[in-house]
Design a protein around this ligand. Structure first.
Ligand code: ADP
Ligand code: MG
Length: 344
């Protein structure tokens, strides 16, 4: 046994995943895409099966002091369906595994599964299995999702081409600001339990944090418009981090414009209230579960009037230059903070 002990924090989450990936070469010809995209891609004839999994851990991903357990169930499904959408695919089945302690009542588990069921109905996915075990304390929910897409339709992180237009859906930064609001209200409540939380003004932001939606609707809209994105990823860690994934995997660089980044006006105002830069919240906040994708310039016309797709920049050939261009014309290197659980 080696005496050395190395800290995981040296690697970070992505470094650790790379380290795992290096040790596992794919041996089956049906394994078209392994580690490294939003979902794995398995050859199943004309269609491909898409598989992804995501785990939510109490105390790390959620705090039951302000997250209703029913919403947690919904969110756990939505974030998985989002990873299938990020491959330009449609989710069809999920399995749900939970670890619970006797801290949780039957009613609490019923509420969790009521949320899971609402999401299954909304996204038309079937719950087909799972696993149940005990935990020493906190709640852990691990969901695996199975989806489908035609082989030619699948959008990988690696397909962005020079001159492609970079698109982002919905608006960004709101989920992160919703979390800031919830954390502040929890503090207020802890200091004075008689105070009622005042979140009406922030309803949209809190909703974005507690009950995100997977953008399966965008996948159907793109199909209808006859567009196959050249690359795609969902925005779970923050726009900047996801842009880096696309740039790195595609061997290209990205240029985005700060005034094109979609930010909701309540998110904007709340960022200022919290003394945060709204653009930074959109770039690094995370948990928006919107889609980030690239399209050929020729396709832009087909979706130019889509109310929820925003053209935020373009792909260029200098892979060492991933930049944000400000309204004033300044060129600022993008920084991908993302959520790196192993770093402080
Ligand atoms: P996403 O944010 O889209 O859920 P992640 O950043 O969690 O993706 O994961 C990136 C890639 O690494 C995915 O292909 C995922 O399946 C893979 N991955 C993550 N953790 C592990 C692990 N412990 N072992 C093997 N593969 C992993
Ligand atoms: Mg993803």
């Amino acid at each position: 046994m080696s005496e050395t002990r190395s800290e995981i924090s040296q690697l970070g989450e992505f470094g650790l995943i790379d380290r795992i990936q290096e040790k596992f070469a794919l041996v089956n010809p049906t394994s078209l895409q392994g580690i490294g995209d939003d979902a794995a891609v398995i050859d199943a004839g004309d269609d491909c099966v898409l598989i992804s999994t995501d785990m939510l851990v109490e105390g790390i991903h959620f705090d039951l002091a302000y997250v209703p357990i029913q919403h947690l169930g919904y969110k756990a499904v939505a974030v998985n369906v989002s990873d299938i959408a990020a491959m330009n695919g449609i989710a069809e089945q999920i399995t749900v595994s939970i670890a619970i302690s006797n801290r949780f009542s039957i009613e609490a588990i019923d509420a969790l599964y009521a949320g899971i069921k609402a999401a299954c109905e909304n996204y038309k996915v079937d719950l087909v299995g799972g696993d149940t075990t005990s935990s020493a304390g906190g709640l852990i929910i691990s969901i695996a999702v199975i989806g489908r897409a035609n082989k030619d339709q699948i959008a990988y992180r690696s397909g962005a081409q020079v001159n492609d237009i970079i698109c982002a859906t919905g608006d960004l930064g709101a989920a992160f600001l919703g979390l800031q609001v919830l954390a502040r209200e929890k503090e207020v409540y802890l200091t004075n339990p008689d105070m009622q939380p005042s979140i009406e003004k922030y309803e949209y932001l809190v909703g974005r944090q507690l009950k995100p939606e997977a953008r399966t609707d965008i996948i159907f809209d793109l199909r209808e418009a006859g567009i196959k994105p050249s690359s795609m990823i969902d925005i779970s860690d923050g726009l900047a981090s996801e842009l880096f994934h696309i740039a790195k995997n595609s061997g290209v660089g990205v240029r985005i414009y700060d005034d094109k980044i979609p930010i909701d006006h309540i998110a904007y105002e709340t960022a200022i209230e919290f003394k945060l830069d709204p653009i930074t919240c959109a770039l690094n906040g995370g948990e928006d579960y919107e889609l980030l994708f690239t399209i050929a310039q020729a396709d832009q016309e087909k979706i130019k009037n889509h109310p929820d797709i925003h053209f935020i920049g373009y792909v260029h050939d200098n892979k060492s230059q991933n930049v944000l261009i400000t309204k004033e014309g300044n060129v600022v290197p993008l920084k991908a903070q993302g959520w790196d659980h192993f770093k402080s």
